[in-house]
Design a protein around this ligand. Structure first.
Ligand SMILES: [Ca+2]
Ligand SMILES: [Ca+2]
Length: 101
């Protein structure tokens, strides 16, 4: 019983620490998250990506961004995977919204 209590306290502390660390990270994210490629892509500088602006990456014009298109534009793979919320290998306009706010 004592051991499991200690375990629970340890787990709770770990979870709290996790959220504290992540909270600090996300607190500084809004400015840090605007990467070079995003700034370059956001032609009118409103902090969001419009369908017109996305066309700059969408070289084959199918309305979504493939991993190859993202790579060609200089978007790091880690960003692509984050943006591809449903994991189908393409970034759609809707998925971009979650990033551009
Ligand atoms: Ca495309
Ligand atoms: Ca997707």
């Amino acid at each position: 019983m004592k051991i499991s209590k200690v375990l629970i306290i340890g787990v709770v502390l770990a979870i709290v620490a996790y959220f504290v660390v992540n909270g600090m990270k996300s607190g500084s994210a809004p400015d840090g998250a605007k990467q070079g490629w995003f700034t370059k892509l956001d032609a009118n500088g409103d902090g969001k990506l419009s369908p017109d602006e996305l066309k700059a990456i969408d070289t084959n014009g199918d309305g979504k961004i493939s991993a190859e298109e993202a790579k060609a534009y200089g978007i790091p793979e880690g960003h692509f995977n984050k943006l591809d919320v449903n994991g189908d290998g393409f970034i759609t306009q809707d998925e971009m919204k979650t990033y551009g706010g």
